[in-house]
Design a protein around this ligand. Structure first.
Ligand SMILES: *Cc1c(COP(=O)(O)O)cnc(C)c1O
Length: 369
């Protein structure tokens, strides 16, 4: 790997392949894989990640919003793309760009049928989302008859899959609740297929569902965080490889006297003669203010250096008093060691938030290996 000379997010496609194959090894041969690439593929680079996964013959992609699907189509992605949370205002675009909507309420379902009919579509693939306990998006079990009767009334759409989402698949204390969700979904699926007269694909499991609930794999799994190298547990994190490494560089080193302060609002006060380094990454890059004042840390030549004072928009300052380093040396914010999960633990948040927060200002650098 080249040494960083500015702030970069390195994306390691070999690690992505490893994670894809690891997750695949958990599945039966006939279970399909949908790769969730919403939010810039969890803060990495959706176009590169999706094109690479397409070359590995992933079966499906999912994004949250229509605009994310459009960007993938513009980048040459031809694999089917499920839009998890579409809005009716984008339905024409959804159809134009061959994106497949998740329909989760009567309102959005009817709006889609109206537009698909207007656009003279037949058997347009749609995915029906059921709420089995997360209480976020989805029809309820009682809506099956309504959906089926409406779907059979029109030739504009065809139900390609029915799905639901687990609320706590990573938390084994919630096993009873999760098993209940799986059971409810299986019963809805049975009822739905019987009523509609054909068998849509069934999918339920996210990454932790893949790892913890084999009985929930069904026809397809939807994996996000696992592809990016995190398994929501210390054990599973060992089997996966973070694909993204956030690196920067020391811009300047200062030696300060006892009692001097560092940064805005003088939030850090030196307790003796100390050495500080200034790093070109700040809250506008995704290192939020909550990481300041020694909550967060970076690594310089293998040594842990706490972030001191307040995080600025474009910079952080770190304590390097006991570290042998120079201006121009590389700084690791997170990658393999420490990884984003350790960074998240230090500030009471989750890996998902840390990695998706890396802003578009940070240059993405692809490592093809
Ligand atoms: C984001 C998302 C996923 C992926 O979850 P991971 O925990 O990252 O694997 C799967 N399904 C739905 C509906 C989602 O919103």
């Amino acid at each position: 790997m080249p040494k960083a000379r500015e702030t970069v997010l390195e994306i390691d496609l070999k690690a992505l392949k490893h994670n894809f194959e690891y997750l695949k090894s958990k599945l039966n041969n006939n279970t399909k894989i949908l790769a969730v690439v919403k939010a810039f593929a969890y803060g990495s680079d959706a176009n590169e990640v999706a094109n690479y996964l397409q070359s590995l013959e992933v079966d499906y992609f999912a994004v949250a919003y229509a605009s994310e699907g459009v960007a993938l189509r513009d980048a040459g992605v031809e694999t089917p793309i499920l839009v998890l949370h579409p809005q009716a205002i984008n339905f024409k675009t959804v159809i134009e760009r061959c994106l497949e909507p998740s329909l989760y309420s009567a309102k959005i379902f009817n709006e889609f049928i109206a537009i698909a009919s207007e656009e003279k579509q037949s058997n347009y693939p749609v995915h029906i989302k059921f709420n089995t306990g997360l209480n976020r998006l989805g029809f309820s079990e009682n809506d099956v008859d309504y959906i089926v009767s409406k779907a059979l009334e029109t030739s504009a759409i065809k139900v390609k899959s029915i799905f639901s989402h687990l609320a706590a698949s990573e938390d084994l204390n919630e096993k009873t609740f999760t098993e209940r969700q799986i059971k409810t979904f299986k019963s809805i699926s049975k009822e739905f297929s019987k009523a509609i007269g054909y068998q849509p694909m069934l999918h339920l499991a996210n990454t932790s569902g893949v790892l913890n609930y084999p009985e929930a794999h069904l026809d397809m799994v939807r994996t996000g965080i696992g592809l990016y190298g995190f398994g929501n547990s210390k054990e599973e994190n060992k089997n996966l490889k973070p694909i993204a490494t956030l690196k920067s560089v020391i811009s300047q080193i200062h030696t300060i006297e006892k009692g001097e302060t560092v940064g805005y609002n003088r939030a850090y006060k030196s307790e003796g003669v100390e050495k500080t380094a200034t790093i070109p990454i700040g809250h506008a890059d995704g290192i939020g203010r909550q990481y300041g004042n020694k909550k967060g840390f970076v690594t310089v030549n293998g040594n842990k250096a706490p972030i001191i004072g307040n995080v600025c928009m474009d910079m952080i300052m770190i304590d390097i008093t006991n570290i042998n380093c120079h201006e121009g040396d590389e700084v690791i914010i997170f990658g393999n060691h420490p990884n984003a999960s350790q960074f998240a633990d230090a500030t009471n948040t989750i890996t998902y938030e840390i990695i998706t927060a890396i802003s578009q200002r940070v240059k993405r650098l692809l490592i093809k290996g």
